[in-house]
Design a protein around this ligand. Structure first.
Ligand SMILES: [Zn+2]
Length: 480
């Protein structure tokens, strides 16, 4: 527990930390101050005080005090969590602290370095050291002095790229960004997937819907929208102008945290269709809308209907290909895809931000394939990518479902439900590296415009990044 007497020592540690500013080789090194109190005696040190890079706690314990008398049962105030790992031969500060017999440590903030974050705290607790934290009121000072250090480790998993080439429909196979995130054809991945592309379990995705700020057409486009609405009223059934949900800003995930945040807001079907059919054809508007999405304040300034594309893998290692119904009223009839499609519905949102994504995915399986939970486990439903279909001004989610039934069972199941399922035809292909790459780069079927991107994701998930040799076989260039 923090008591009144702690305050002056905590402030002293912060003041001390500021002194480490001048000698820092790089602003990405943290400023750290440490204070040790024993009885009426108070000693302080800061990072790089004597030698460049020396940690504050190390300096204080090993260079300044060195006396077991002054350390045993003392209290250490440090602005940053003591480190748990140092370059090969050095003993980390947390061990110096424990070995010196310090009885209590008051920490300013956890070290944002993923290799340390929280480990120092737990090591101290395990060793029987009492641990407290600086109060919230001091956090601003701590963050201010180390903003760049914090930012450099707490990077959002955000993909930021030179997108100009990617929105050129004629530009082929731009997979130059295969390290981490990438774009392919006109599909631009908006964030990097953690854990070697295992993706997020749908239960780790948060969908926060902002009811208060529905997306409307901006004033300068309102005339064009009205014309579009009147012209397409009958043919596009705009009288039935239902609610859609769109991603309102770029997805956010932090490298050290598993949760992915999606912020959504409502819009109208007719507004989405206006952007999809009209604005996406105006090539002077598209680049700036995409640029706003991936840079600047990361907001999405175009209406879309955030479709989930779920790739289906069966237990015998086959992938389901589906063919869009040739019936009128379906977009892009007759094209093949490697997934089922479902849009976010109000029912999904109503189960709450933590459960919405899983509800959405489960509903996709139920409504598109009439599969219930006996056919899969929730952990095997994963979100692999949030991506912009840049040339269509659409944002879509690629998810991957590994079923626990085999392709024969699924085939029979679908045969028995012909009246219920939305797509016209289906096939299974082996999930096998060269076969997937062939479908990506030398497709045998006429695919939906982002299907080959999702086949590539399936390849990445199962087999990792294709080797340059494999890419050359299909005439695709490995990126620079
Ligand atoms: Zn240290």
């Amino acid at each position: 527990m923090i008591v009144e007497a702690d305050h002056k020592h905590m402030q002293k540690a912060i003041d001390e930390a500021w002194k480490s500013a001048d000698r820092n080789a790089s602003s990405r090194d943290p400023r750290v101050g440490a204070v040790i109190v024993k009885g009426y005696r108070e000693d302080a040190a800061h990072r790089s005080e004597e030698n460049e890079g020396d940690h504050a706690e190390f300096s204080l314990i090993c260079k300044k005090l060195r006396s077991s008398e002054l350390l045993k049962h003392a209290v250490l105030y440090t602005t940053l969590e003591p480190c748990t790992a140092r370059s090969h031969d050095k003993k980390p500060c947390v061990d110096w602290v424990i070995d010196s017999g310090i009885r209590r440590v008051v920490i300013g903030m956890l070290d944002p370095t993923p290799q340390i974050c929280g480990r120092g705290y737990w090591r101290l607790l395990d060793a029987g050291v009492e641990v407290d934290f600086f109060p919230y009121e001091l956090l601003d000072q701590l963050k201010d002095m180390n903003q760049e250090f914090v930012d450099s480790h707490r990077k959002p998993l955000l993909f930021n790229t030179a997108f100009a080439g990617l929105i050129d429909k004629n530009k082929n196979a731009d997979i130059s960004q295969f390290r981490g995130a990438f774009g392919f054809l006109s599909n631009l991945e908006l964030l990097r997937t953690p854990n070697r592309r295992e993706g997020w379990p749908l239960g780790d995705v948060l969908i926060e819907n902002d009811e208060a700020s529905a997306f409307n057409v901006p004033l300068e486009l309102s005339r064009a929208y009205k014309d579009f609405f009147d012209t397409n009223y009958q043919s596009e059934r705009l009288y039935d102008d239902g609610e859609k949900f769109m991603l309102a800003r770029n997805p956010i995930a932090w490298e050290e945290a598993s949760t992915l945040h999606l912020k959504t807001k409502p819009t109208k079907y007719s507004v989405h269709l206006f952007y999809y059919k009209e604005i996406s054809q105006k090539q002077n508007l598209v680049p700036s809308l995409i640029k706003q999405l991936v840079s600047g304040d990361l907001t999405c300034q175009f209406a879309h209907s955030m479709c989930m594309h779920m790739v289906i893998a069966t237990s015998d290692n086959k992938l389901l290909l589906t063919q869009r119904s040739p019936k009128p009223g379906y977009q892009e009839p007759g094209l093949w895809s490697c997934s089922i499609e479902e849009q976010l519905h109000r029912h999904d949102i109503e189960v709450g931000p933590e459960n919405a994504m899983l509800a959405w995915g489960r509903r996709a399986l139920r409504e598109e394939l009439s599969l219930d939970e006996s056919a899969y486990t929730n952990q095997n439903l994963r979100l692999l990518s949030v991506f912009a279909e840049a040339d269509r001004l659409n944002i879509a989610l690629a998810t991957f479902a590994e079923l626990n039934i085999d392709s024969r069972a699924l085939d029979l199941h679908l045969d028995n439900r012909l009246g219920e399922i939305e797509f016209g035809d289906w096939e299974f292909i082996d999930i096998e590296p060269s076969l997937l790459l062939r479908e990506v780069f030398k497709p045998k079927r006429s695919y939906h415009h982002s299907a080959r991107y999702r086949l590539l994701l399936a390849h990445l998930k199962r087999f990792g990044q294709p080797k340059p040799r494999e890419l050359r076989r299909f005439g695709a260039a490995a990126g620079s």
